[in-house]
Design a protein around this ligand. Structure first.
Ligand code: PLP
Length: 376
């Protein structure tokens, strides 16, 4: 929690739950990435947090944007992003949305199948296309599994077909899984991409770009390597597999750009036990899985928590949200403790919640408002 966020919460006492995002931290994350990966072009993954002040700030810094829908493209254009700084990176798009993007001037499109390629050829003639390949997501706290990408062998055929369809076969992309803690994953993924460059060069297709996706970390309960280490591993992988003939490099950070910039403030609604004398307390907050904390699904993302009594003696808890759905339990298997002094009405802060929260929050489940965001 930054001093700026603490002061805002103190001065304005906003109704809870709410998310407060410190835009200076977003800016710092952007600048740090530029510094540690100077050769990479940064396309902010808009889905992580599309709040207009975030897009405005990043646009002002010269960032590019990775978008997944017509809506996200419109948000970026509204923030002032020029279409040459927007990539339509979703591999699953309606043809009319591709046409919309093309009309707006967007020229960079992702695909991972023949049918999607056909849509792009029809609606965005001559556009640059990159093919997403499947890679290992092991080590990612939020894996993106097998939903996106195709095998490199198939990708080679599709990129060849792209040329025949009048498109510009531009490059290869992958995503090693979000909050990736196994730094070895980048080397094997870059290796696969580089092999495709060689195979396609034999067919007179000169790919130009490698899109390394996201996977860079925010700071949750489990420690992570510093961002400099990530940058090191990425650049070593590139130079190992491409030698002196470096391709254009794109990265699409979402979580690492905004995660640590945000804090959710919530209020304790109830503290109870299930048996007389139970040691384990149930602590119910006014925010839960349906209020924006969807990434606690399977207890995957383990946020750091703050209470007004930190440092005092405490015991184990189950942490849950306020809605009438039994899925709305945040942590039951994962060991969390809270001080015994914790009481109903206390404020609890959930740290590093700037990414993948506000837009995941339900519209009105059980009559609860969607998560309010304050960008400061
Ligand atoms: C979600 C997503 C990202 C962002 O990933 P993070 O791990 O949050 O940085 C980047 N690229 C694509 C294509 C994505 O779908």
């Amino acid at each position: 929690m930054t001093a700026k966020i603490a002061r805002f919460l103190e001065d304005t006492q906003p109704p809870t739950p709410c998310l407060v995002v410190d835009l200076d931290v977003v800016e710092e994350s952007y600048r740090t990435l530029r510094t540690v990966l100077p050769l990479a072009r940064i396309f902010y993954a808009v889905k992580a947090n599309p709040a207009a002040p975030i897009l405005d700030r990043l646009n002002g810094l010269g960032s590019s944007f990775d978008t997944a829908s017509r809506g996200e493209i419109e948000m970026c254009l509204r923030a002032g992003a020029t279409p040459d700084r927007i990539s339509f990176g979703n591999t699953i798009k309606k043809e009319r949305d591709i046409a919309f993007a093309y009309e707006a001037g967007v020229r960079l499109f992702a695909f991972d199948s023949a049918a999607e390629l056909a849509k792009i050829a029809a609606a965005a003639p001559g556009a640059k296309v990159f093919c997403r390949i499947l890679v290992e997501c092991e080590g990612a706290e939020w894996p993106l599994s097998k939903k996106f990408g195709c095998s490199p062998e198939m990708a080679v055929e599709l990129l060849s077909a792209a040329r025949d369809l009048g498109l510009d076969p531009y490059g290869v992309s992958f995503h090693v899984g979000s909050q990736q803690t196994n730094l070895g994953q980048w080397d094997s993924a870059v290796g696969r991409a580089a092999a495709m460059f060689s195979v396609l060069a034999e067919r007179d297709i000169a790919l130009k770009m490698v899109n390394l996706g996201g996977g860079f970390p925010a700071h949750y309960r489990q420690g992570v390597e510093p961002i400099e280490r990530y940058a090191d591993v990425v650049m070593t992988a590139i130079t190992t597999h491409f030698g002196n003939d470096l391709p254009e490099i794109i990265i699409e950070p979402g979580r690492s750009m905004v995660g640590d910039a945000g804090v959710i403030q919530s209020e304790v609604v109830l503290i109870s036990t299930k048996e007389i004398g139970d040691e384990k307390r149930w602590v119910y907050l006014d925010v839960g899985k349906f209020g924006g904390l969807a990434e606690t699904m399977d207890e995957a993302i383990k946020y750091k928590l703050r209470t007004p009594h930190d440092g005092q003696v405490g015991g184990p808890i189950v942490l849950a949200g306020p809605t009438c759905d039994s899925a709305d339990i945040l942590y039951e298997k994962t060991e969390y403790e809270m001080p015994f002094a914790l009481k109903i009405g206390d404020k609890v802060e959930i740290l590093s919640t700037g990414a993948y929260t506000s837009t995941y929050s339900a519209v009105c489940f059980n009559g609860f408002e969607p998560l309010r965001t304050y960008c400061i």
